[in-house]
Write a protein that binds this ligand. Structure first.
Ligand code: BG6
Length: 493
């Protein structure tokens, strides 16, 4: 049985108001995350949870669904019906027919009973609704200086649209009140990147182009697009995964140590990395990017449809796989390729960062067998593990024979705590007012600028998708020779 941690930190009392409160994200992630912190004993303050819905008369159905989702997030032994019921009873469903002062009158009446609480407005809706919701909140006079707003991705579909969304939000909220979520930053293994790099002298000494040959960041998913056809077909893998999650991982791997662990200092270091990403050109887009789309195939013995069948639109050119060779043009990382790959309907689900160190300069051993380079493998999911691959002598006679062996650190073996979900940490940080793990608007602009050098050049050179079979490792198997070495490098598991 995992141990519980003791909590003493007192947060300011809060009202958490979730717009899109009966939607998938609220049911699957946001509310169960809060439940876990509630049973962990971390919510020592007073609080109210309000789910906003356009519909009426769905309270019973909603609560039934929430019960199922909370149970799903627990193991058999940790399901405690009494605690779950107590939590669900705290969740109030309020109807808002539309985003107007009139529409928010019931919400206002409710919040006015708790005037001294901080209001946290969580926008779990399409981003087209962000502007109207914030405007109506402002006009309803329920936003105070200590209120916060939480924004879920996608924040637009281009640089301009993302700036437009921000301009609407900032009419109501200041930058210090805005929490732009990237749930990858809430993952324990992702946060551990900071500790691994900056609490260990060993790695940081060799963390540069002098010692590192290349870095691979892979997020492979065996899932398809589930029930999100409409959203996904407008985004594709580049906007859905690379623009946010993979770029944030690049930042954490590549950034300079901030002098203190404070939101602005951390975010400024990440911003410098985003700004130093080398923009793609008409030339580099052909050699250093690949996009693909899955066709029918089989995953774990089960036949699955093609992307086009999944979305029911046969002319779609949306990519479900991207591989990029990216560069961070600064002193530390000059000419070290960052291989970024992400795809749907891959053979297996795994996310991993591999730091490939350079080979030793000279082989002094008589056998002259190849000495493999050291690798630091940071497995983010599904297992949480770090491996350091190093050359080791094979015991016994025969002179110096050696082979690569990994030193392994398995998180679950090392800690007797429950492994929290990404949203738990993020929500608690929002309540306590810590912006370290959320994105600033400047980061977003820098990320979009780089992404547009890809989307624009894809258009300029009319780069087509390479098809790949669902259940394979993407287009690497069939792609042009010149890509082969980097697309397939340590990719197939
Ligand atoms: C989301 C994407 O942000 O991240 C999804 O929209 C993707 O398409 C998901 O499946 C992956 O998250 P995780 O935590 O399962 O790796």
């Amino acid at each position: 049985m995992a141990k519980k941690q003791k909590h003493t930190e007192q947060f300011k009392n809060f009202n958490l108001v979730v717009f899109g409160g009966t939607g998938d994200l609220a049911l699957r992630k946001i509310l169960p995350a809060l439940y876990h912190r509630y049973i962990d004993g971390q919510l020592l303050c007073e609080y109210n949870i309000i789910a906003i819905s356009r519909k009426t008369g769905i309270e019973n159905e909603f609560k039934k669904q929430l019960l199922q989702f909370i149970k799903k997030s627990l193991t058999e032994e940790t399901i405690n019906q009494k605690e779950i019921t107590a939590f669900i009873n705290r969740v109030k469903l309020i109807q808002a027919k539309d985003s107007t002062v009139e529409g928010y009158s019931e919400l206002k009446k409710y919040l006015n009973q708790f005037k001294e609480y901080q209001n946290i407005f969580y926008f779990s809706t399409p981003s087209s609704a962000f502007g109207p919701i914030s405007e109506a909140l402002k006009k309803s006079d329920i936003v105070c200086s200590d209120s916060k707003v939480v924004l879920e991705k996608p924040l637009g579909h281009s640089l301009n649209s993302s700036i437009a969304i921000n301009n609407q939000i900032t009419k109501t909220f200041k930058e210090e009140q805005i929490y732009r979520i990237d749930h990858y930053l809430g993952k324990e293994t992702v946060q551990n990147l900071m500790v691994l790099r900056f609490a260990n002298n060993l790695f940081e000494r060799a963390w540069d182009s002098e010692h590192i040959d290349s870095i691979q960041i892979t997020v492979a998913e065996s899932l398809g697009i589930e029930k999100r056809a409409e959203y996904y077909d407008k985004s594709g893998a580049l906007l859905d995964m690379i623009q946010n999650h993979l770029l944030q991982l690049v930042c954490l791997v590549a950034m300079e140590p901030p002098f203190v662990l404070r939101a602005n200092e951390v975010r400024n270091e990440k911003l410098k990395i985003l700004r130093s990403l080398r923009l793609f050109t008409k030339k580099s887009i052909r050699t250093d990017s690949i996009k693909g789309q899955y066709t029918r195939g089989s995953i774990e013995g089960k036949q699955v449809n093609s992307y086009l069948e999944d979305i029911g639109k046969y002319e779609s050119k949306t990519e479900t796989f991207v591989a990029l060779k990216a560069y961070v043009d600064n002193w530390r990382w000059k000419n070290v390729p960052f291989y970024l790959r992400s795809g749907k309907r891959m053979k297996k689900r795994y996310s991993e960062i591999v730091i490939n160190f350079k080979e030793v300069k000279h082989n002094l051993f008589p056998s002259k067998e190849k000495i493999s380079n050291n690798k630091l493998i940071i497995r983010l999911q599904p297992e949480e593990r770090i491996e350091l691959v190093q050359m080791t002598k094979i015991p016994g006679p025969g002179g110096y024979r050696y082979k690569p062996i990994a030193l392994k650190l398995d998180y679950l073996d090392s800690f007797d705590f429950r492994f929290p979900e990404a949203y738990e940490r993020l929500i608690i940080d929002i309540i306590r007012g810590n912006q370290t793990l959320v994105m600033s608007q400047d980061e977003l602009i820098a990320a979009w600028t780089w992404i547009e050098s890809i989307t624009n050049n894809w258009k300029n050179v009319s780069l087509n998708n390479t098809l790949y079979e669902a259940g394979s490792w993407g287009p690497g198997d069939s792609i042009l020779e010149e890509h082969e070495s980097w697309v397939t490098k340590s990719w197939k598991k």
